[in-house]
Design a binder for this molecule. Structure first.
Ligand code: NDP
Ligand code: OXD
Length: 311
């Protein structure tokens, strides 16, 4: 019986996972795709952006484990077996990284580092008036494992934070609202918008001309979730008009971001190469191993993806 690690990033990217899983689960052989051993022996698949069509080719799978928080890439595969439980990582060491990244983004815009950078390039010397964190309104889209940690982290520095989710949530130090109807009001009070939503049919393109227009003039955006949450042409138009002052973007619809993509050269955009929160093999494997044990004991797995909502 075996586990297969499926990633298009190549065997080197899978090596640490293979070593840790082999040590923790000595009764299971560990294979790294494209080497799979006999396909009917594979009980568990550990995947990150798996090669399309592959997951449908293991007839006895008991569980699929995503090596990340977002499962949008897996759910896009039409051959994904419908009956096999799909699990994702919940925090698994990504929380503190995501808090750092988003705090950096909030401070970058709060302290006008984007504008001072441009001033420096232009040879200008333009001090701007002080505004306290207590007067800065930050909005966090998504209050899950990562969004709630980020919202709390930002609130911990004294910012006025509001979080938005699908169902009502409570996060200490953060005012929270839920549901689509409240979104325009949430956006209307948000000077710095931080996106930590999963990419689902409901959230694809959520950051578009209408929602950007609902933000106050001069608002800024930190997108640490998925590129396809944003309608790129709408964001570029809002940046060009100045309605949106700046954007820190970590994830893109097509990665690597093409060299000639307008984001790369836009003076109001800072691009990072999908590094906001990286998977830590040891932490990820702890969750996977614990979940395999739960499945083997007939207990419900943790962090099960709801195929109906897409996260
Ligand atoms: P979770 O599934 O734990 O949380 C998702 C949150 O989004 C929940 O609060 C959920 O609401 C809310 N949500 C989902 N759909 C809607 C909707 N239609 N309207 C309003 N709120 C909605 O996800 P994580 O916090 O673990 O991760 C969030 C995303 O971050 C991942 O899906 C991934 O795309 C991205 N990510 C990016 C990384 C990077 O390096 N750039 C690294 C890791 C993750 P409710 O609470 O009601 O369920
Ligand atoms: C994730 C990611 O979803 O790294 O975990 O983007």
């Amino acid at each position: 019986m075996s586990i297969v690690i499926l990633t298009q990033e190549g065997p080197e990217a899978a090596a640490d996972y293979a070593t840790i899983l082999a040590a923790a689960l000595p009764d299971l052989d560990v294979h790294v795709w494209p080497e799979t051993g006999p396909r009917d022996q594979v009980l568990y698949a550990v995947v990150w952006q798996p090669p399309p069509g592959e997951l449908g080719r293991f007839p006895n799978l008991r569980g699929i484990f995503n090596l990340g928080a977002g499962v949008d890439a897996i759910l896009r595969d039409p051959t994904l077996p419908a009956e096999v439980p799909l699990m994702r990582l919940a925090d698994a060491g990504m929380g503190p990284q995501m808090v750092e990244y988003c705090l950096y983004g909030v401070l970058h815009f709060h302290r006008a580092m984007d504008l001072y950078r441009r001033d420096q390039t232009a040879g200008a010397w333009t001090p701007r008036p002080f505004k306290s964190a207590a007067d800065r309104r930050v909005g966090v889209l998504g209050l899950g494992a990562l969004g709630s940690a980020v919202a709390q982290g930002i609130a911990g520095l004294g910012f006025k934070v509001m979080g938005w989710s699908r169902s009502p949530r409570q996060v200490e130090g953060v005012s929270t609202v839920a549901g689509r109807d409240i979104l325009p009001r949430f956006l209307g009070r948000t000077e710095i918008l931080v996106n930590l939503l999963p990419l689902t049919p409901e959230t694809r393109g959520l950051i578009n001309a209408d929602t950007l227009a609902a933000l106050p003039a001069g608002a800024c955006l930190v997108n640490a979730a998925r590129g396809a949450h944003i309608v790129e042409a709408d964001l570029l138009a809002a940046l060009d008009s100045g309605h949106i002052r700046g954007a820190l973007l970590d994830a893109f619809e097509h990665e690597p971001l093409p060299a000639d993509h307008p984001y790369r050269h836009h003076p109001a955009v800072t691009v990072t190469p999908h590094i906001a929160a990286q998977t830590i093999p040891m932490e990820a494997c702890k969750q996977i191993v614990a979940n395999i044990k739960r499945l083997e004991d007939g207990r419900p797995p943790l962090n099960l993806v709801d195929r109906a909502t897409g996260y």
